[in-house]
Design a protein around this ligand. Structure first.
Ligand code: PLP
Length: 309
């Protein structure tokens, strides 16, 4: 179904690391979310006519889900808390591409009669007010944080195992920045259960280490199978702009490969620190795609730091 994505060498922080190019998975359905949603692509869902999900209107998962839905011939209903007017007036990136794929993006703040203060409002609203009336719909939790993701992430894990055997590499560390931690958890779990010596090292890009550990536990209660978390050392807010993020992004993009502006800058900042503080042996960085989001992130960076860059 998917191509086995290539592994390249990359010079970073004074040494060679390997780069798993999962951004090259498929032109319309690539990277992290495509791996997580691969189960839905590979299986028949008799009677399903629609997929329902929720999240941010700029989320990579919105675009990937719209791509999945168009391949499967499903309708895609994506619930969001709010759509900022600049997104509506100036659609770009994941939002624009999802709309072009025919996704139906539903702004809950514009539906009347809702309790406005519920943080988990989208999920609760969908569970109580939508799903009971949608028997032909498949519900996928925000960001694809669900057991279904194990299927596609295991395929990715197996590609890495085969590659490391072919190159006679032992004690490989696979590094990736985490959001929900679903990818890191299912990768590490696979490496352990297949009795390999490959291990996952990650960092929390959304929330802190405690949040990430909690996310791991929701998918797997055995902490011996949880990935190693490297502390970020500083509090960053997800989706906010930081000059050191932009500087790191420019540094790694100078290698000739484009990285995403949401997860990769912090991923490489933490990886550099980790490489300097420990002797991890062979390291592979997982490029998880998400490049369409740069269409929205890059102009934000250019506006904010226009005087410095
Ligand atoms: C969703 C996403 C992540 C985070 O993946 P999790 O499995 O939620 O940790 C990282 N990078 C990119 C590009 C993503 O789209």
């Amino acid at each position: 179904m998917f191509a086995n994505t290539p592994v390249e060498k990359m010079f970073f922080a004074g040494r060679d690391i390997f780069l798993k190019r999962d951004d090259l998975l498929h032109p319309d359905f690539s990277g992290n979310k495509a791996r997580k949603f691969a189960y839905f692509l590979a299986h028949e869902f008799t009677g399903v006519k629609k997929v329902i999900c929720h999240g941010s209107p700029q989320a990579n998962s919105l675009y990937s889900l719209s791509a999945l839905a168009s391949i499967k011939g499903w309708q895609c209903d994506f619930y969001v808390d709010h759509i900022a007017s600049h997104i509506l007036n100036n659609p770009s990136g994941n939002y624009a591409a999802a709309v072009a794929n025919g996704a139906n993006i539903i702004d809950l703040s514009r539906l009347g009669g809702l309790n406005p203060d519920v943080g988990t409002r989208c999920q609760a609203y969908i569970e109580q007010q939508v799903l009971p009336y949608e028997p032909a719909a498949l519900f996928i939790p925000e960001g694809g944080r669900c057991g279904y993701a194990e299927y596609g992430v295991s395929i990715l894990a197996n590609e890495i195992v085969v590659w490391s055997k072919m190159h006679n590499i032992s004690d490989l560390k696979v590094f990736l920045p985490s959001g929900t931690g679903t990818t890191a958890l299912f990768l590490n779990q696979y490496f352990i259960r297949q009795q390999t010596d490959i291990r996952v090292v990650t960092c929390a890009v959304v929330g802190g280490d405690a949040y990430l550990r909690q996310q791991f536990s929701m998918l797997n209660s055995d902490i011996r199978e949880h990935p190693q978390i490297v502390n970020v050392g500083k509090k960053y807010h997800f989706g906010k702009l930081y000059p050191e993020f932009y500087a790191m992004w420019q540094r790694v993009c100078a290698s000739g490969v484009q990285f995403d502006l949401l997860y990769d800058p912090l991923g490489f900042i933490v990886l550099e620190d980790y490489l300097q503080r420990s002797e991890p042996g062979v390291v592979m960085y997982l490029h998880q795609g998400g490049l369409l989001g740069n269409e929205t992130m890059l102009p934000r960076y250019q506006r904010k730091f226009a005087s410095d860059i």
